[in-house]
Design a protein around this ligand. Structure first.
Ligand SMILES: Cc1ncc(COP(=O)(O)O)c(C=O)c1O
Length: 362
């Protein structure tokens, strides 16, 4: 196995991290504990949202958000074909039916044009996924409003991304973040539900544990609870890591600008430069069928690239696509997409090395 010189991503780590962790251990609260509330308040503040509920993962955040929107058996939820399986898993955990639609090839998010034909009387919600740090086409929100559908934003890959100055996660009814270690803000594992809706906040807070009243009646569950609370240890990491979010985004935008300047348009399709893009990943399109080979050859040179998500309708457990649905863009992107290293630590000379290596293997 070749040593990896350039990882796909690495976290910037905040100076306060070890101090905060020491305090957690001095205070002897592993879970639950006061750092969860601190992180929730800080994250709500970052997003300019009224409420935030910390969870054990991004998937848990999505599941809770759907339940809190009263989505369940008999309901359909529109999801993009290219996303992490977690998006669809959360819909299925809630007992609802994911309806997979095609993506568009600029932002790699849900294609607004594909929504209308997917809507039925059973459709209750849309989950726009802000892919690779790029905000979804804003038309998706207009369609949802026109159709009376809830919008549950999947922001696992797009902390700090915005549409016209409004952060993703605060545009729809509820936003769901992941803080898994490979995310733009990583804490190891964890997630957050963000909303301005008191009912959603209250339902999420009720279902997150044992679904019981607090105090002496804490074991008097009235429904099935999910044990999705964030740990105090991870929350303390989160309180620190929020402080490096702006620096991480600045660094990643800098890395993206370097790639943009160095990569020739004749050889690769570079990311379209949307305002509000935070470049969690730097995503290029190659010729059809090239990415696997390029991935292997770059790995030989110590450069870690990442493959595309396999379109959801190709995965055996989601037997839920409609026969008439056209997945032309998802198929094309699946055959062509590759994520280049986008560590915030990358220097100009290192991006030059990665680009030279890519051009040589092509
Ligand atoms: C688009 C998307 N949604 C949801 C998730 C789930 O987050 P977690 O791994 O924290 O459960 C991820 C990533 O892991 C993701 O990339």
């Amino acid at each position: 196995m070749k040593e990896i010189k350039f990882r796909a991503n690495e976290p910037l780590l905040a100076d306060s991290l070890l101090d905060n962790l020491s305090r957690v251990f001095e205070e002897r609260y592993l879970s639950p504990g006061p750092w969860v509330t601190r992180f929730e308040e800080k994250w709500a503040n970052v997003c300019s949202a009224s409420y935030a509920v910390g969870t054990s993962s991004g998937t848990a955040a999505l599941h809770l958000a759907l339940l809190a929107c009263d989505i369940g058996p008999g309901d359909e939820v529109i999801v993009p074909a290219m996303t992490c399986p977690d998006t669809l898993n959360a819909v299925l955990f809630a007992g609802a039916q994911p309806v997979i639609v095609d993506i568009e090839n600029q932002r790699f998010g849900i294609d607004p044009k594909s929504i209308d034909e997917a809507v039925t009387l059973a459709t209750k919600a849309i989950i726009p996924v802000h892919m690779y740090g790029c905000p979804t086409d804003p038309e998706v929100y207009d369609i949802a409003e026109r159709r009376g559908l809830k919008v549950v934003e999947d922001c696992a890959e797009a902390h700090g991304a915005d549409i016209n100055g409004k952060l993703v996660g605060t545009i729809g009814d509820v936003g769901c973040f992941s803080f898994r270690g490979d995310k733009l803000i990583g804490i190891g594992t964890g997630g957050m539900v963000v909303t301005d809706d008191e009912h959603i906040r209250d339902r999420a807070n009720y279902l997150i544990g044992l679904a019981s009243p607090s105090g002496f009646d804490r074991y008097a569950s009235t429904e099935i609870g999910y044990s999705y609370e964030m740990s105090n240890v991870h929350a303390a990491i989160g309180v620190s890591q929020v402080d490096v979010m702006d620096e991480t985004i600045r660094a990643k935008r800098g890395v993206a600008a370097c790639y943009d300047a160095l990569l020739p348009d004749t050889v690769v399709r570079k990311p379209i430069q949307f305002a509000g893009h935070v470049y969690w990943r730097y995503v290029i399109l190659l010729n059809r069928g090239q990415p696997r080979d390029v991935h292997e050859k770059l790995l030989e040179l110590g450069i870690e690239t990442l493959p595309p998500f396999v379109p959801m309708y190709r995965l055996p457990m989601y037997n839920c696509n409609r026969p008439y649905t056209d997945f032309t863009v998802s198929e094309d992107v699946y055959e062509r997409l590759l994520c280049l290293p986008a560590s915030p630590y990358l220097r100009q000379s290192e991006v030059e090395y990665i680009v030279d290596s890519l051009l040589s293997v092509l």
